[in-house]
Design a protein around this ligand. Structure first.
Ligand SMILES: [Zn+2]
Ligand SMILES: [Zn+2]
Length: 228
């Protein structure tokens, strides 16, 4: 089986992460992964990007985390794909298959509103997954669910609040939504990891999206075996 991380954060682009490219790539290789999707907090989330710059420059800066991990992954043999985590007041969506040119061409993206954004993503062919849909935390005022707008639910989040994951699984079943697993990793000491596993290797983010849509990528949970 081939394992892919679908939800991870770098210190270059996510203000809350402490993971540099060397550590991140080592961690996933040591845990037997074939690839990772870097999903830093987007420009409406906990980003390091200077939001006073022109939109195109903000997008280029946003790619720095992904680019650093990709460069390191190429050296060490880990596939690295681009994604991002879109935020609306603590309600988060993982977005896969929306690339740099599309983002640059849509400078009004963040004034669209969440449902219009999810609908645009769908039209563009990108996959949206609501992250840890039932999480409760200080930074989240209340739980908001988008089962008719997002295409999938993160039914395993390795932060491992069992109840959140169970409820997400029920929601996904009831609405016939896609299911993914993600580590949501910010520090190398996190106890558990997640992701999706496939029987054949994936060579691009489009292939990963296709595998999730076809039910060929199954969420899993494993212990983090990374030795610091
Ligand atoms: Zn974060
Ligand atoms: Zn996250």
């Amino acid at each position: 089986m081939y394992r892919y991380e679908t939800h991870c954060h770098t210190l270059y682009t996510s203000a809350c992460s402490r993971l540099d490219a060397v550590t991140l790539v080592r961690l996933f290789l040591e845990n037997g992964y074939d690839g990772v999707v870097v999903t830093d907090h987007f420009l409406n989330g906990n980003t390091t990007v200077d939001r006073s710059q022109k939109w195109e420059k903000q997008i280029d800066d946003f790619f720095i985390g992904y680019e650093k991990v990709r460069e390191e992954g190429e050296k060490r043999g880990l596939k690295v794909f681009f994604g991002f985590e879109y935020s609306y007041r603590g309600t988060d969506f993982l977005v896969y298959g929306m690339g740099r040119e599309f983002l640059k061409a849509h400078p009004g993206l963040l004034s669209l509103g969440t449902r219009a954004f999810l609908s645009l993503a769908r039209e563009s062919g990108a996959l949206t997954v609501q992250a840890h849909p039932y999480r409760e935390a200080d930074y989240i005022d209340h739980i908001r669910l988008y089962p008719s707008d997002a295409e999938g639910m993160e039914t395993i989040n390795a932060a491992r609040d069992e109840r959140c994951n169970r409820l997400a699984d029920i929601l996904a079943d009831e609405y016939a939504l896609l299911k993914t697993g993600g580590s949501d990793i910010h520090v190398s000491s996190q106890k558990f990891l997640s992701g999706v596993e496939t029987e054949t290797p994936l060579e691009s983010i489009e292939a990963l999206v296709e595998a999730v849509r076809a039910g060929r990528a199954k969420p899993f949970l494993q212990e983090n075996r990374f030795v610091r």
